[in-house]
Design a protein around this ligand. Structure first.
Ligand SMILES: NC(=O)c1ccc[n+]([C@@H]2O[C@H](COP(=O)([O-])OP(=O)(O)OC[C@H]3O[C@@H](n4cnc5c(N)ncnc54)[C@H](O)[C@@H]3O)[C@@H](O)[C@H]2O)c1
Ligand SMILES: O=C(O)[C@H](O)[C@H](O)COP(=O)(O)O
Length: 374
């Protein structure tokens, strides 16, 4: 690394305790440190990583997941952090411009759970409508990046048609439809966009195609009542009040893994959902380990050492084969019992809402699924 980290005789890492296999990836030996150089890892819940902790601990490295907001407010009184790694695909919780101004290296885990999330979407759709195993339906995909394009592979394998919409990619055989066409002509619509706001002078990293409230009352009105909607992207991509009104009007089947006001969920929304899960679409052994591996590799690059740890050395045997499931659709519940996740979340409802601490607790204690081998 180009700064202080490789000249000091120990590295302090502050990390979200929800990052998989931290100790296995981040120790003196795996970070290429000489015997006199220690690596200290301090782990806390992601929501407890705050400005005073950073000022007190003065870590060199900050490792987070999606629940820690990384911005000026967090880092203004800290001058020690030189690397921030987020073991997630999404980056909407990180002010990357601010990190750049401070010359702090940032890495996220692009693509780490793309198969896991695609498998979540398939499970939701096929559990609610098992007849789709045998039908050539139309799957609408909004956002054709890592997850959206992985979902296309499964859809093709099932003989489904795909309508894809991604205004930031060139038109293609997959990127073949307008937003209106996807919404109005699909049997199932699945969202796979990042959470973005409008580009402006104040927000130069914003998008010309912002996704906050992309699915609002007007968009929902374009969807036939029997079109299923699945959101495993980010909660605020759907306007929650408009969604409640839409389900009351249409009786639509809606599956949410993410929520506009996460980690709280109001009962008036929850009670109307076909499935609700606590932001665990990517929570497989493989998805989480891959997230750690990717930020570990990025940190090794920053430290100018060769990575020596690999997730493959840590993975238990995986017998979950997509080919087996495709041949035996009745085994879906053994591959992923989404109804169990839905029931666990609903069991936490008290006084008309799911409390944030209960939502986070379900995620912290989640029994990680296995990713099916494609
Ligand atoms: N629920 C979960 O556990 C979970 C897990 C992983 C990722 N995610 C979320 O899923 C998102 C997508 O993941 P990914 O790996 O596919 O990301 P990606 O960056 O590979 O792809 C996102 C795609 O969305 C497109 N896009 C951007 N704005 C758009 C718009 N207005 N309309 C249509 N398309 C638009 C981009 O061009 C890009 O191709 C992440 O940003 C993250 O927020 C959720
Ligand atoms: O963007 C992602 O990768 C996921 O949404 C993320 O993995 C969610 O889980 P968390 O980071 O909050 O543990």
């Amino acid at each position: 690394m180009k700064g202080r980290v490789n000249t000091i005789n120990h590295i302090t890492i502050l990390a979200d305790s929800n990052i998989a296999s931290l100790d296995k990836f981040f120790n003196a030996s795996t970070l290429g440190q000489a015997s006199e150089q220690a690596v200290d890892i301090i782990t806390v819940a992601g929501r407890d990583i705050n400005a005073s902790l950073l000022a007190e601990l003065q870590p060199d490295i900050l490792l987070i997941r999606s629940v820690t907001q990384v911005n000026e407010a967090l880092l203004a009184n800290n001058d020690s952090v030189q690397f921030v790694g987020s073991a997630t695909i999404g980056t909407d919780h990180v002010d990357q411009d601010y990190l750049m101004q401070r010359h702090i290296t940032f890495a996220n885990a692009a693509g780490c759970s793309k198969h896991s999330v695609a498998q979540y979407v398939l499970t939701a759709a096929l559990t609610l409508r098992p007849q789709y195993w045998q039908q050539s339906i139309t799957l609408g995909i909004i956002g054709l990046g890592n997850i959206g394009s992985t979902l296309v592979q499964y859809a093709n394998d099932l003989g489904w048609q795909v309508l894809g919409y991604d205004p930031l990619l060139p038109k293609s055989k997959l990127n073949n439809a307008s937003l209106e066409q996807v919404l109005s002509q699909s049997d199932v619509v699945s969202l796979h966009v990042p959470l973005t706001d409008k580009k402006s002078e104040a927000n130069p990293r914003g998008s010309n195609y912002p996704t906050r409230h992309l699915i609002d009352a007007e968009a929902l009105a374009m969807m036939p009542a029997d079109t299923m909607l699945i959101n495993s992207a980010r909660g605020p991509v759907i306007e929650a009040d408009a969604l409640v009104a839409d389900i009351e009007r249409t009786g639509r089947q809606v599956v949410l893994d993410v929520f506009e006001h996460e980690p709280q969920i109001a009962e008036r929304l929850l009670s109307k959902l076909a499935f609700a899960t606590p932001h665990i679409a990517g929570y497989t052994v493989e998805g989480k380990l891959r997230g750690t591996q990717i930020i570990y590799d990025a940190l090794c690059e920053k430290l100018a050492v060769l990575p020596t740890q690999t997730m493959h050395a840590l993975l238990p045997l995986n017998l979950f084969l997509w080919s087996e499931l495709k041949a035996h659709p009745d085994r879906l519940i053994k591959f992923y019992d989404i109804q169990q996740d839905d029931a666990s979340l609903r069991s936490k409802e008290i006084d008309g809402q799911i409390d944030g601490a209960d939502f986070d607790g379900l995620r912290r204690d989640y029994h990680l699924r296995r990713e099916w081998q494609f």
